[in-house]
Design a protein around this ligand. Structure first.
Ligand code: SAH
Length: 376
């Protein structure tokens, strides 16, 4: 739950023993709607249309450098950039693999919190995997981020800055394959996006709105991945944004899912799947079911069979992810023959299934493992 949600106006004379509110990341243009940006610019004594110019520099030219903003009066450039484009992320470490086409960055936020993002370039598209929280409160035992607990929610602009950083690298031709752009964004980095709902929706809007409001990425290219916070899935369906929903199921039965995805003790498999089907019906978007295959834990044929029966004939696709073992974990990825049998069983039920490529595995995947061991 967002720390802000517990803050309410205090009645006069009411005693409080609450800890002081923690400082928030600086306000940034990407946190604001177009109207709010115009108001902010006017408050600085500038003409409101300067907000549009500044927005184009940020979202279209991907340029945070005041000196290059020659359509803005020289005297006001610095002031506008300082007030509305404060630096929010500092790169601490960057590692690449796959011939430079996979690039993972560890970022430090203003308060020292660490998050990571991954840029993956394929022949026909580029995907940014972003974090939505520093840490995560969902406590899934196979996930590196889950082990460290939640530090804090990220702001909308902190989320957007990860995408913009990737877009800049692509536009500048830093990634092999020539200049390019970000086509897809997946909320599969650190954090549970639907537990930071407001900031995440703000970020999704900035991603899909055309310039100068936002980055102009197709909503169909944006995937929100969740452990299955049922009320928030319902809310997401109401937003009118046809983003792809991915549900991290990992087990078709409550007994096992209660241990692998502990929030299952609150919302059961049947409720999560119902919410997913409603989402598919509302948005006409195929829901993705994420299933990390863990050797001898959740990879039995009978579980594939049960999963197949639960989801057959639905607007669904199953993404099997070979487990990326976390340091010190007793769990490992399934045997190849068990993986194949699992796939066959789902196909028997007519369920579309793919095994996710294990890109970035040698740089610790997208599973919070870099932030857990930043010095390594
Ligand atoms: N909180 C969101 C986003 C998490 S990361 C969610 O749970 O959906 C995206 C996916 O990676 C999730 O399906 C998550 O369960 C999975 N994942 C986490 N750790 C993993 C690991 N060690 N190996 C394979 N997949 C993992």
């Amino acid at each position: 739950m967002a720390p802000e949600s517990s803050v309410r106006p205090r009645a006069a004379g009411e005693l409080t023993f609450a800890a002081p509110r923690r400082a928030k990341p600086a306000r940034h243009l990407a946190d604001l709607s177009m109207d709010e940006r115009r108001t902010a610019v006017a408050e600085l004594g500038e003409k409101p249309f300067r907000a549009d110019q500044l927005s184009r520099h940020y979202f279209e030219r991907l340029n945070p450098d005041a000196a290059a903003m020659t359509d803005l009066p020289a005297a006001t450039r610095e002031q506008l950039v300082t007030a509305l484009l404060p630096p929010l992320l500092t790169s601490v470490k960057e590692i690449t693999c796959d011939g430079g086409t996979t690039r993972k960055t560890l970022w430090k936020l203003f308060d020292g919190a660490l998050v990571e993002s991954v840029l993956m370039r394929y022949p026909d598209r580029a995907t940014m995997c972003v974090s939505s929280q520093a840490g995560c409160g969902m406590n899934c035992p196979f996930c590196a981020t889950g082990q460290a607990g939640l530090t804090r929610n990220m702001s909308t602009a902190e989320i957007i800055e990860q995408v913009v950083a990737g877009a800049r690298a692509l536009a500048a031709g830093e990634v092999p394959g020539g200049p390019g752009r970000v086509n897809n964004v997946v909320f599969m980095g650190m954090g549970e996006p639907l537990a930071n709902y407001k900031a995440v929706i703000g970020a999704v809007r900035r991603m899909v709105d055309p310039s100068p409001q936002g980055l102009g990425i197709s909503a169909r290219g944006v995937t929100v991945s969740t452990v299955g916070l049922v009320p928030a899935i319902g809310k997401l369906a109401d937003e009118g944004l046809p983003v792809t929903l991915a549900v991290s199921l990992h087990a078709p039965d409550d007994e096992l899912r209660d241990t692998l995805v502990p929030i299952n003790t609150r919302w059961k498999v049947a409720e999560v799947l119902d919410a997913a089907w409603s989402y598919a019906a509302r948005t006409k978007r195929r829901v993705s079911i994420e299933y990390a295959l863990i050797k001898d834990i959740n990879d039995q044929e009978w579980r594939a069979d049960l999963l197949g029966k639960l989801i057959k004939n639905k607007l669904v696709h199953v993404n099997l992810i070979p487990l990326n073992p976390t340091p010190g974990s007793k769990w490992t990825a399934s045997r190849p023959e068990d993986e194949r049998a699992f796939v066959r069983r789902l196909e028997f039920h007519g369920v579309p299934v793919t095994v996710r490529d294990t890109r970035g595995r040698e740089i610790d995947g997208a599973c919070g493992q870099l932030a857990a061991a930043p010095g390594s």
